[in-house]
Design a protein around this ligand. Structure first.
Ligand SMILES: [Zn+2]
Length: 297
């Protein structure tokens, strides 16, 4: 079987699983088809075959995620521009200077007063600086290259990183991934609770929304090994759901939380901080390979 036909078969299976799940949740007149977990639009089997539902990576492909659920083309496409770039830049900044470096960051290097614009990567031992011909005057670039001949052990270089990452957009992007992971694991019954309404609304227009999710940093270095679970400690978070992406713990509401749950938590936790969080994984150590919708059947 070719990769394409395998992908189509997988999509059809995910479609059927989702259509069955929503059918269990909405009664007595269930919708005939699959409901996009982000915009809640209804999609028929014909629309699936026409390519209107696509594989959604959780977390985004730009930070190394894998396909986990189906979302509609418009929800999937909107995310790339709005959130993925900020998440990817933030991840590169987090791993800059470590062996797990997620790739070069845009920046410039100045030596003897001559600046070279391009990208900079650092894995903790080795610096890699790449000039971008599109961003430099050719003579300046040549002069810079020439000046580097004078570089020796006592020289000092000025490095400047110019990130475009918008930290709030990155946070909303991670919350979006956490929401989709919760949808894959728990199902419609969980994500259709009123407490999740503000999250979906913020995805449509993040810059005009007050929504700001809480993301804790765990101490210590961990790989980007996604996990979903129920928080047991600290006490004030007990019962919350959490999706873990490496060192990030994205908090999600417990069952039956009120519509202002995200806003209330933000007031309790005004700043990003490190916290020791204990959680019980729902399904082993990693996300499932596809949607399982545990609570809908
Ligand atoms: Zn959608």
């Amino acid at each position: 079987m070719t990769a394409t036909s395998m992908r189509l078969r997988r999509r059809a299976a995910w479609f059927e699983r989702g259509a069955h799940a929503i059918g269990c949740v909405v009664s007595p007149r269930p919708p005939a088809g699959y409901v996009c977990p982000l915009c809640l639009g209804l999609f028929t089997r014909e629309q699936l075959d026409a390519g209107e539902l696509t594989d959604e990576h959780v977390p985004p492909k730009a930070v190394g995620g894998n396909p986990l659920v189906l979302t509609c083309v418009s929800c999937n496409g909107a995310s790339g521009g709005l959130f993925d770039e900020s998440m990817a830049d933030e991840e590169k900044l987090r791993t800059f200077g470590t062996p797990q470096s997620a790739g070069p960051l845009p920046g410039s290097v100045s030596f003897r007063g001559i600046r070279n614009n391009g990208s900079i990567d650092f894995d903790g031992e080795r610096w890699k600086m790449l000039g971008d011909p599109g961003q430099n005057n050719p003579e300046t670039l040549a002069a810079h290259t020439e000046s580097l001949k004078h570089l020796d052990a006592g020289s000092s270089l000025e490095l400047r990183l110019s990130l475009k990452a918008n930290p709030r957009r990155a946070r909303i992007g991670w919350a979006r991934s956490a929401y989709l992971a919760a949808f894959a694991v728990y199902g419609y019954r969980y994500v259709l609770q009123p407490a999740l309404d503000p999250l979906r609304a913020a995805l449509e227009d993040p810059d005009n929304s007050a929504f700001d999710p809480v993301i804790f940093r765990t101490t210590g270095e961990s790989e980007l090994d996604p996990l979903i679970g129920e928080v047991t400690a600290p006490q004030f978070l007990a019962g919350c759901r959490a999706a873990v992406f490496g060192p990030r713990v994205v908090l999600l509401p417990p069952w039956g939380a009120s519509q202002d749950w995200f806003a209330t938590l933000r007031k309790q936790v005004p700043d990003e901080r490190e916290e020791v969080i204990t959680l019980v994984p729902v399904i082993g150590q990693r996300f499932p390979e596809g949607p399982i919708h545990l609570t809908d059947g």
